[in-house]
Design a protein around this ligand. Structure first.
Ligand code: PA5
Length: 467
């Protein structure tokens, strides 16, 4: 199996100075804490408290997903996923990493599964465009509603729309075109699934949204679209084996956390993930949620007002060399940048011989796009190094289900070590609730009238500040 690797020299003090890089002493000082965190995580895992770490070994879950894939695959031309946050970002990341850029535009014969639309917003223009597209093909449209709670306004509203559409067009049998992925036992959506007789898959108990991509949440749509989910899980399991050591120097997830933590202490409050691969770009979105929701915490486990967290940004190489790199080199030195690099793309793709009479383009002649994109990555790494900006590189020998599975598992574990270092609860997201409640209040949900009144003060625009 191809193995992803981490190169971290250019984040060290030797490469970018003591002020901006991680020193041997930084890592030595963190080593005992990492060891302790590792031991705690091992104990928590044994006690069943870190279920996401065991997902790669859950054959029963894979069996259940395969059963639904077999049931739906032959009669599905369009798959619509309704979900948001942790119920959508993994699906998008897997699909864009592992299927061609033009997947949805390919003919039914060449595509490896149904067209896929993941509607992770409530933008009426976007939703209507998809409704118009699928209306003539509703019989062959399957809607996978993913919501652990069933209470999320975005997913619930979309579900209501598509349920209505399917019921209108397909009559009583409409429920055969819905698959619910939800809490195994309770919650609003589980009740609806039971009452209306939908087929269901489970969001595993104890697995939060942003840690759920390696479950039915992320894997059903992947498998429907021809992605080898068993290979993703084999990759994740292979990474798990590489994370057994409590020694920070021998455990890539712990090392990623230690470097980020040490550099955060040195003012690198921003972390940029910059794949030099369009396919891997949406792993950046998935990573943003993982890092932001897990680590952005006001209170620590024992201390108040710690205001932990690093702001995750995504950028795309080479595109953002022409948009962001000016800032990354000459703006505040407050970032650590992680490149995702692909050694061998599926296509090298030759650049043909040059344009006659234009010797300035000769350097491109008879080269190929793989060499060009990787040269640009190395060039940017060098340019950032010259400006003493710390960088890491995750190397993908190739983009395969196995390497993507390794990457996901690596960062899920890394964020756990990082949360341990910050001494926070990595797995909750208390600050998300107020915005959700405010939406309930503004949309007139019972029990939120007082909050609605408080929000009215914000609705009222103060003319003094209106231009
Ligand atoms: O990571 C999380 O917990 C969130 O992003 C949730 O996944 C998101 O809010 C959707 O929640 P639900 O699955 O309950 O609809």
């Amino acid at each position: 199996m191809d193995e992803i690797s981490l190169y971290w020299k250019n984040a060290t003090a030797d490469a970018v100075s003591d002020k901006h890089g991680v020193t041997d002493k930084d890592l030595k000082d963190l080593a005992p804490r990492i060891k302790q965190i590792h031991q705690q995580m091992t104990a928590d895992r044994k006690a069943g408290k870190l279920r996401f770490r065991d997902l790669p070994y859950d054959d029963e879950m894979i069996g259940a997903i395969n059963k639904q894939v077999e049931h739906f695959r032959d009669r599905c031309e369009v798959l619509i996923v309704l979900g948001i946050g942790g119920s959508a970002l993994g699906n998008i990341a897997l699909q864009s990493a592992l299927n061609p850029y033009t997947y949805n535009l390919m003919s039914d014969r060449t595509r490896t599964g149904p067209q896929l639309f993941v509607l992770d917003n409530v933008d009426p223009d976007q939703i209507k465009a998809v409704v118009d597209l699928v209306t003539p093909r509703l019989k062959k449209t399957i809607v996978n509603v993913i919501s652990k709670s069933g209470e999320t306004a975005e997913t619930a509203s979309q579900f209501m729309l598509f349920r209505d559409l399917l019921a209108q067009k397909l009559g009583k049998k409409y429920q055969e075109n819905i698959l619910g992925t939800t809490d195994p036992k309770g919650g609003t959506f589980r009740e609806i699934c039971k009452a209306e007789g939908y087929r269901t898959l489970e969001v595993p108990e104890g697995v939060g949204g942003r840690f759920s991509v390696l479950s039915a949440v992320g894997l059903f749509s992947a498998a429907m679209c021809g992605i080898d989910m068993e290979a993703i899980m084999a990759g994740a399991a292979a990474m798990d084996k590489r994370l057994k050591d409590a020694d920070v120097m021998k455990n890539p997830a712990a090392l990623i956390a230690a470097i980020h933590y040490a550099l955060d202490r040195k003012g690198k409050h921003i972390t940029v993930m910059m794949p030099y691969s369009t396919s891997l770009y949406y792993l950046g979105d998935w990573f943003r949620q993982l890092w932001a929701e897990s680590l952005g915490k006001k209170d620590g486990l024992t201390k108040k007002n710690v205001f932990a967290g690093q702001t995750p940004i995504k950028a795309l190489g080479t595109t953002d060399q022409h948009s962001q790199v000016q800032l990354y080199r000459e703006g505040p030195n407050d970032k650590i940048i992680t490149f995702l690099e692909v050694e061998r793309f599926n296509q090298k793709l030759a650049i043909p011989a040059g344009v006659k009479g234009q010797p300035s383009l000769d350097y491109l002649s008879n080269s190929n796009f793989q060499t060009l994109i990787n040269s640009e990555k190395l060039g940017t790494e060098f340019a950032l190094l010259e400006s003493q900006r710390p960088t890491l590189t995750i190397n993908f020998p190739r983009i395969t289900p196995e390497t993507v599975g390794q990457f996901i598992y690596l960062y899920e574990a890394a964020v756990s070590y990082m949360g341990g270092l910050y001494e926070i609860n990595t797995y909750d997201q208390p600050a998300v609730q107020l915005g959700k409640d405010a939406t309930y209040a503004l949309m007139g949900k019972e029990g939120f009238a007082d909050l609605a009144k408080r929000i009215e003060a914000v609705r009222k625009r103060d003319k003094k500040y209106l231009v």
